[in-house]
Design a protein around this ligand. Sequence first.
Ligand SMILES: [Zn+2]
Length: 264
Amino acid sequence: MILIDSHCHLEYPEIMNNIDEIIARAKDVGVKKIITNGTTPYSNKIALDLAKKYDIVYCALGLYPPDAMRREIIESGLKEEDPNFSIDDEISFIQKKIKQNKKVLAIGEVGLDYVSPQTDKKEQKETFQKFIELSEKSKKPLIIHSRKAENDVVDMLECSTLKNPVMHCFSGKFKLVKRIQDNGWNFSIPTNIVRSQQFQKIVETTRLKQILTETDAPFLSPFKEKINEPSFITESINVISKIKRITPEEASNQIYMNFQRIFL
Ligand SMILES: [Zn+2]
């Protein structure tokens, strides 16, 4: 089978400590391409290093919405050399890498996150708008995080000229799902589809052409007792092929073609 993991975070220690084995296991089951997503300046650098080191690893460079990023840095124990880094400097760095480095396939993970009640929505929207404009200019697709901010995300994207945004792990209401479907945008479906009715229903109602598979590893594992990794994409393919009443090969081939159309 030909499989893809369009969204994960290989820089987390749980994965980095066993990275060689994890990449080998992914290859064993047929994973051909992995996009590791940067969320901070530090993780963008690691993503570039991993893309250089492993043939099947590609990367997306981005910044989490400012609040979520601060939360992420504190909770995950990810190092950040300069916690007061400038967002604009990092965007310039990303812009440069997009031009120079063929393994940078997308801009992500970027978006809006209103989980924290005291969030500065204006600051978040300004940053997200800069990434939308970078995507318009560079023609690299956006991989989008939206948490408790799905409405604003869809509104902002509809005001852009983007044709191919990728909605990562979309948990918004079905009215918004419908708008995304009608706009012809893409859903990147995580491996917890094995138990998530939201993602099963998105797959059921969306054309297979608009679907990608992702693990979001180390998060959203299909197995409660195991840390997620790219080889677990097989679990999603099983569920997606059942919902669509096609063979796993047919599902994975179409999703691979979607990946090529969107990112290559
Ligand atoms: Zn993610």
